[in-house]
Design a protein around this ligand. Structure first.
Ligand code: M6R
Length: 614
């Protein structure tokens, strides 16, 4: 939810911190700050409401020298976005400065205690409470910073990734994590810290992912020492990053979102490579094959996810029930974790998450594991917390997604779920041989079809101008088109701030039709499928109320097209995979409307890329 960076070594820390913060800005962007210890031994904190660019302007004429420093880009949880609530936070004596990603749930109790000891507070944040608490533990127990952090964190309830520096010991950074990600990059006599590897990749490809409740002492002179909260030494596993710098840049596109929309034909080729044999006769999703017995004996499958990943899960449900005849429930992870679901051995929980760090999904996994279910992850971020918390799983392999609105991750998730359904359907014998081959053929044709759909961009851009100032939108679809409609509505609302709802087309007449008038644009997914005629009837119902219909149809369509006000035609696709193709015009429509409105497409207000808090 927030982005944290750190550096200690021989170079100037400031340029490394600022570049890192720009890379992490997708995680949160309502305020930004840095703390540095300068050569004179002074600990300076510079922070401001706004983006990293505002921070750069703030420090333009200030002394930002120093070879040890930490930086933060914030997504507010406790206290509104303002200068005081921005991180880093000083301790009472200003000897310590700390940055934090997560939530300290028992901060109010600790704050009261500290007030009793004469501490006062400059901000409304839980983070300031933590740094003051560390200082209190340090001075009252006569401890060094590392041990004070261990003791303080043992008393903290909540989630954290933190980095702390101490004016009186400029030779080290202390970092720790629980339920929020933290990566340490190892260079030659220097160390880097990041919420993910993006601020680190151009300096080193050697990294350590800290585990929950591990505390790291990162010392310029003594190297890296990782221990748990009880001071037991841990052996960090050094991994080599599989990430390139070009994947983190815009590559000539005005926005990451547009780049990521256009990447989809390639990212899906990446996603299926090695999983569908080159002759197109077989799909082998190794995670399913390796856990064959569990999948074959599954009584039911429960998908847990949030947002776009939840929509992908809905498509997964339709696919698995349709092709494998196993009952599937799809749950919002945030509901699942608290509602005492009936769950046990023989159930498979599939957790879907692009970032692999979503707090609710992670907690749902823990609940599922406790209940004895087998947990399978579908993630994009390699080595992420969810990837590590699950028993097994499949990566979607679509590369880093930087735009806050998920695009290529959605199609990657749907692709993996399609391959999962085909692998399992074949194992169970619920798909006929001929149909299996036809479906594979369809699946491998998707990237080519996506390329064709991307050529519609100028048409969709023109169309977007008509709807830029609409106040509401409805998105309708039946069958596989229903979750795709919900995803289209989510894309529009999150980046253009236009209110949009996705509905099953037939459900419209049970309420939402009351909203339809000449001012209401209705996007109807009316591609050729088993229930096309029924969808056409829904279009007629909208037209009878003078609604403006934008129909997404199959090339060659005549009936829906003749009724609709605007038509987007996509290549014919098996209905089971149609969401992979219709996703693109819906993403482009949302994108262009948001650009027309002058909105910040990659970093929409109030959102963050990875929701590591409840
Ligand atoms: O990283 P995850 O897939 O777990 O994230 C889940 C949602 O937060 C995410 O899909 C969110 O809804 C996106 N902003 C949608 O575009």
């Amino acid at each position: 939810m927030c982005g944290i960076v750190g550096y200690i070594g021989q170079r100037q820390a400031y340029p490394i911190l600022i570049k890192g913060l720009h890379r992490l800005e997708y995680r949160g962007y309502d305020s930004a700050g840095i703390a540095l210890i300068n050569p004179a031994g002074e600990l300076g904190v510079f922070k401001t409401k706004g983006k990293v660019a505002d921070l750069e302007a703030l420090v333009a004429n200030r002394d930002v020298s120093g070879t040890v420093g930490i930086g933060h880009t914030r997504w507010a949880t406790h206290g509104e976005p303002n200068d005081a609530n921005a991180h880093p936070h000083y301790s009472q004596t200003k000897n310590l400065a700390l940055i934090h990603n997560g939530i300290i749930e028992n901060y109010a109790v600790i704050k009261n205690e500290l007030k009793g000891h004469g501490y006062n507070f400059r901000s409304e944040t839980d983070t300031e409470v933590l740094v003051q608490f560390i200082e209190y533990v340090k001075s009252s127990g006569n401890l060094d910073l590392f041990h004070a952090v261990q003791v303080a964190l043992s008393q903290v309830v909540g989630a954290y990734a933190i980095a702390v520096i101490d004016k009186n010991n400029p030779d080290c950074i202390v970092a720790a994590r629980k339920s929020s990600p933290l990566v340490i990059g190892i260079g030659e006599g220097e160390y880097f810290l990041g919420s993910d590897a993006s601020p680190i990749i151009e300096y080193t490809d050697q990294v350590v992912y800290l585990e929950d409740e591990q505390v790291a002492l990162i010392s310029r002179s003594h190297g890296l020492d990782v221990r748990n909260l009880s001071d037991v030494e841990q052996t960090p596993e050094v991994k080599t990053l599989q990430l390139s710098l070009s994947q983190l840049e815009k590559g000539g596109y005005p926005h990451f979102m547009l780049k990521e929309i256009n990447e989809q034909p390639d990212t899906l080729v990446n996603c299926i490579s090695g999983r569908i044999d080159p002759a197109g006769t077989d799909v082998i999703l190794s995670g399913v094959i390796n856990n064959k017995e569990k999948f074959l004996n599954a009584k039911r499958i429960i998908m847990v996810a949030c947002g776009t990943s939840w929509h992908a899960g809905m498509i997964g449900k339709y696919l698995i029930e349709d092709l494998c005849r196993i009952p599937v429930d799809v749950e919002y992870a945030s509901e699942f974790r608290y509602r005492n679901p009936v769950l046990g051995k023989g159930d498979i929980v599939i957790a879907i998450s692009q970032s692999g760090e979503t707090a609710d999904t992670l907690a749902a996994i823990q609940e599922a594991r406790k209940a004895g279910a087998f947990v399978y992850g579908i993630c994009n971020a390699v080595g992420s917390s969810i990837a590590r918390a699950t028993h097994s799983g499949s990566y979607i392999h679509v590369g880093p997604e930087i735009g806050v609105a998920s695009t290529k991750a959605f199609t990657g998730q749907v692709m993996v779920l399609s391959m999962l359904a085909l692998t399992l359907g074949k194992l169970k014998g619920t798909i006929k041989k001929g149909e299996y081959r036809d479906l594979i053929k369809d699946l491998i044709s998707i990237p080519t079809k996506m390329k064709q759909v991307l050529l519609l961009d100028p048409l969709i851009d023109e169309m977007s101008k008509i709807f830029t100032y609409a106040h509401n939108f409805l998105y309708l679809g039946r069958g596989y088109n229903y979750p795709a409609a919900m995803e289209g509505a989510l894309k529009l609302k999150e980046i253009s701030y236009i209110h949009a709802e996705g509905y099953p087309a037939a459900e419209m007449k049970h309420g939402p039709i009351a909203l339809v008038d000449a001012e209401m644009p209705v996007v109807v997914l009316a591609t050729a499928d088993r229930i096309y005629e029924k969808t056409v009837s829904n279009i007629q119902e909208i037209k009878a109320r003078k609604g403006k219909v934008i129909a997404v149809v199959t090339e060659g369509d005549t009936v829906a097209s003749s009724l609709a006000d605007y038509v987007i035609a996509v290549p014919p696709t098996n209905e089971r995979f149609t969401a992979l193709v219709t996703a693109i015009p819906l993403q482009l429509l949302a994108y262009h409307i948001a650009v027309n409105k002058g909105k910040d497409v990659d970093q929409p207000r109030n959102l963050a890329k990875s929701v590591t808090v409840e």
